[in-house]
Design a protein around this ligand. Sequence first.
Ligand SMILES: O=C(O)CCC(=O)C(=O)O
Ligand SMILES: [Mn+2]
Length: 247
Amino acid sequence: MDRFVVKRSAEEPGGDGKKPRLEEEAGGLPHPSQPSQEIRAQGLSLEYRLLFGRAEADAIFQQLEKEVEYFEGEQTKLHVFGKWHNIPRKQVTYGDPELTYTYSGVTFSPKPWIPVLNHIRDRLVLETGHTFNFVVINRYKDGEDHIGEHRDDEKELVPRSPIASVSFGACRDFVFRHCDSRGKNATRHIKPIRLQLAHGSLLMMKYPTNVYWYHSLPIRRRVLAPRINLTFRKMMAVDKKESILTT
Ligand SMILES: O=C(O)CCC(=O)C(=O)O
Ligand SMILES: [Mn+2]
């Protein structure tokens, strides 16, 4: 599938633009571990790498397109500053049955795991050593669809647990902005950090990134192809959460 722009930097394997990488030549054999790129700034700790080779990423994208069932109706609306808005993308959550997730005033219950999500999650566990019990899936039909600046700081998240963000489809810009450098009331000048999240990539957002940095996927009108992003998270079950909140 050639319709995605998969941007690889010069340092990454296959990034010279001349020679396809080994697993591409071999038509998607199991993907050997790729080196990670560490991205650090004050209060920010990220790790970026390609997790799936091209052929496997293409196959997963197609399977996600076939099998993921996105929220409909009331669950496609967001409550921001007292007003309801349509979410500018499609969204759904899957995960362990006892979990819930409240985002911008809406509580989401997860749908039960399906094989394609188990496959991605198993690879994450193998490659990162972390476990995940919940995933938020966002589908951006093209560059008009986007997600505004926010932090993943929901109270249900296990404190200090990393968030694993896996992307398929169109390569999109992804921007981090420090909380002290936002808008008119900025108190410091800290440069935003701009990444491009490629087809088959993994971005690990590690503690304390989500305490200090907001992230967004801005509108990019020149992007015509769809993108699917999955953020795997570790959440607390309701009873555990309540016991933590009351002790
Ligand atoms: O689409 C992305 O890369 C990010 C999605 C995101 O930030 C979220 O679901 O919280
Ligand atoms: Mn987020």
